[in-house]
Write a protein that binds this ligand. Structure first.
Ligand code: NAI
Length: 721
């Protein structure tokens, strides 16, 4: 009975129609030019043509939609096309939404059963397409993830996704999916009624066709189509309760900085009592309000920053192939060494770890295996994985055992003497194709490379703490580091799921150099008599995850003291060296780890409270406050020194591209993504305005002095983006 045939569509276009059985059509998305299927306008036009063709085929009783790319269904809409329309009038955006929705809606009105057969990621526009089908069947593979991540771009689904999801999975689940933006696996999708069946990949198409046949017989899908066009069945009281709880949760998560989740919630509550057409109209109008907003633009910028980073090999123009890294040796089993070891194990790399302190290794092995095998669903270690990782982990007290690994990474105490001694012992014994790296956070790579026979295969690979959750890695190129070493370090960091940025050697490299200006300014504000709570509040109001004084307490005042000195020695003209950090050190207030720093952690180990004792310690240093600073002024005082320093980093060519600064500051410090990065923020503010702001604080010295680059940007009207 199988009479496989293909349609008349051009062979290069996607999607393509074919007919695996006489009365069943197969619509395959497989863009030959792309690694993942995305819904560009060309693809949507082609989808329209395929649906036209099906409408003319009364003999066809069912349609299966699939991807020709195993493990990847449809990744979403084409964001590059979106970005081009950012300045389009609202009416045009609403029309774009309506066009897409009317196209997808045909999947729920065609005179045949429609089933999305989903293997792999099904996101954004892809999820909307799937949700307009009568059914979804999904593979039970970890890669199969369904979700509406639009919220992460400052938007919500605009092709009927909010309206249709509310009616399929219920309003509460739909709000969580849309306003939360997280993806769900096949089993979770099945339990909320989004997936009709969950099966192994080889059976996917057959299961979809079986579903078509059973629906043809029962005709149930017609009833369901009718129900899904009605308002959501919920009472006013239920709606009010859901609205209140969801709104409190969103406020707590977004701190009022991200308008899209609130807009999604309001839309979905309101549209619940409308029929589907009216609900979709409201959705399109609301989308037009969010589209092109400052937050939307900033978040789209972050998306492109990350996308660019994924494609960056770390070297420009040079044709070098990175060496494969399958085994890693780590010297130093402290906080960082353990985190780096666990991250490598999770990617199935062999790990050898050593430490000079007796006893440190035994404890480290347990911690490393616990972290590597941590399962978020189990909320603890997965013992099967722990056994597997144990077979890849070799702990040894003999440093020489590290020789033979593809990469030897040092993560011992931050002492150049200790580090250099280790390199001197190991370097000449390493195989010619191995690379040597340091996880130092402050010591110049070029300085450590002095005396090496092969400084070209030495670089910095600076992970951030905690390694498991921090996406950024700085790959530091010393004066003699070769392109191949850089390319290898970059490829290795990417293989660990990290976002590496290549930076030239220099004090504090990129991230710590910028962070220090945020921190140092806070201490200056304290000296001027500003209340510590007002300082941290202003940082958070700007959108930073932590106020600067809380960052000191987290990092440790001892470490901060050391880092501050390094930076002061490097840039004495603009890094203020305040006696306050030293005074807190002398008082034994080192931050969270000692229960008190700028704040007290007596009641809560992580959330500091104002501590009147601090004022006693500070009193000899505090000057009378001449004029009360507004929260906005305090915020600008904290941010502007980072901006001037960021432009110096560009002038000194510490990074190869302004986009590296923005990605680095977002991923490394938590600079607010809704501002798009510090240079993107400066673009948004306008350079004339930035100069005016700096002028106001000019008496504070060089850190508030406009750099030649800022002056030039203001004069020429040029922007970073
Ligand atoms: P840590 O103090 O937790 O661990 C250092 C380990 O090195 C200790 O277990 C110590 O016994 C061992 N060690 C000391 N001398 C040794 C030697 N000669 N041979 C073998 N092992 C030796 O320190 P942590 O925090 O893990 O820092 C390690 C490195 O990573 C430092 O260079 C630090 O600047 C850098 N780093 C630290 C970050 C952090 O937040 N802690 C963040 C990024 C980099």
């Amino acid at each position: 009975m199988s009479t496989a045939s293909t349609s008349s569509t051009p062979p290069s276009a996607t999607p393509q129609l074919s007919f695996p059985e006489a009365d069943v059509a197969l619509l395959t998305f497989d863009d030959p030019k792309k690694g993942a299927n995305v819904l560009s306008s060309g693809v949507l036009d082609q989808l329209g043509c395929c649906l036209d063709e099906l409408e003319k085929r009364p003999d066809v009783k069912g349609l299966v939609i699939r991807s020709g790319k195993p493990g990847s269904f449809i990744a979403g809409a084409d964001l590059r096309e979106f970005a081009v329309s950012l300045d389009a009038p609202k009416s045009e955006i609403a029309r774009m939404c309506q066009r897409g929705r009317r196209l997808f809606e045909r999947l729920s009105t065609l005179p045949l059963v429609t089933v999305a057969a989903i293997d792999g990621v099904c996101l954004g526009g892809g999820a909307e397409l799937a949700i307009w089908c009568d059914h979804r069947v999904m593979t039970d593979e970890p890669k199969t993830q369904f979700g509406f991540p639009e919220i992460k771009l400052g938007l919500y689904p605009g092709w009927g996704g909010t309206a249709r999801a509310s009616r399929i999975v219920g309003l509460s689940n739909a709000i969580e999916l849309v306003a939360g933006g997280e993806t769900i696996g096949a089993k979770a999708a099945q339990s909320m009624g989004l997936a009709t069946d969950v099966i192994e990949p080889a059976q996917l198409q057959a299961a979809a066709i079986r579903l078509i046949r059973s629906e043809q017989q029962s005709g149930k899908y017609r009833e369901e189509r009718g129900r899904l066009r009605q308002p959501v069945a919920m009472t006013e009281t239920e709606l009010a309760f859901l609205g209140a709880t969801a709104s409190a949760y969103i406020q707590q998560q977004t701190k009022g900085h991200y308008p899209a989740p609130v807009a999604a919630l309001e839309l979905m509550l309101e549209a619940a009592s409308l029929d589907i057409d009216a609900a979709c109209e409201r959705e399109a109008e609301g989308m037009a309000e969010l589209f092109g907003s400052p937050v939307n633009r900033a978040l789209i910028n972050v998306f492109f920053l990350s996308d660019r980073n994924k494609k960056d090999t770390g070297v420009v123009g040079a044709d070098v192939a990175p060496r494969p890294i399958k085994s890693v040796a780590i010297i130093g089993a402290g906080i960082m060494g353990r985190g780096i070891a666990a991250t490598n194990l999770r990617r199935d790399n062999k790990v050898t770890i050593t430490d000079a302190a007796p006893g440190a290794l035994k404890a480290a092995v347990e911690l490393i295996l616990g972290e590597a095998s941590y399962d978020k669903h189990l909320k603890g270690p997965d013992s099967r994985r722990a056994v597997h990782f144990a077979s890849l982990l070799h702990s040894t007290a003999t440093e020489a055992d590290t020789i033979g690994s593809d990469l030897v990474l040092e993560a011992v105490v931050e002492d150049p003497g200790v580090k250099k001694t280790i390199f001197a012992r190991l370097e000449h014994r390493l195989p010619a194709d191995a690379i040597l790296a340091s996880n130092t956070s402050t010591i110049p790579i070029t300085q450590m490379a002095q005396g090496m026979s092969h400084p070209e295969r030495f670089c910095g690979i600076h992970f951030f703490n905690p390694v498991r959750t921090m996406p950024l890695v700085e790959v530091i190129r010393g004066a003699a580091t070769s392109d191949q070493t850089v390319a290898t370090a970059v490829a290795h960091a990417k293989s660990l799921g990290k976002s590496p940025i290549v930076v030239k050697d220099g004090p504090g490299f990129l991230v710590n150099r910028l962070l220090l200006f945020y921190l140092a300014e806070a201490v200056e504000l304290l000296v001027e008599g500003v209340d510590p709570r007002d300082i941290d509040r202003a940082g958070k109001q700007f959108g930073m995850p932590l106020g600067p004084l809380a960052v000191y307490d987290l990092v440790g005042l001892d470490t901060a003291f050391h880092a501050g000195r390094v930076m002061y020695e490097a840039f004495p003209d603009r890094v203020p060296l305040s006696p306050i950090v030293g005074a807190l050190n002398r008082a034994g207030r080192l931050g969270q780890k000692t229960g008190a720093g700028f704040f007290s952690y007596a009641k809560n180990k992580e959330r500091g409270e104002f501590d009147p004792k601090l004022l006693q310690i500070l009193s000899p240093y505090i000057r009378e406050q001449k004029q009360k600073l507004s929260a906005g002024d305090i915020g600008m005082r904290l941010v502007l020194p980072m901006l001037t320093e960021a432009t110096r980093l560009l002038e000194e060519q510490i990074v190869r591209d302004p986009r590296d600064i923005d990605l680095g500051i977002i991923y490394g410090i938590g600079f607010p993504a809704f501002r798009g990065g510090i240079l993107f923020w400066a673009d948004t503010m306008g350079f004339e305005n930035i100069l005016k702001l700096l002028e106001k604080f000019r008496p504070l010295g060089k850190r508030m002095e406009p750099t030649p680059l800022l002056v030039e940007m203001a004069k020429s009207g040029r922007r970073f983006y």
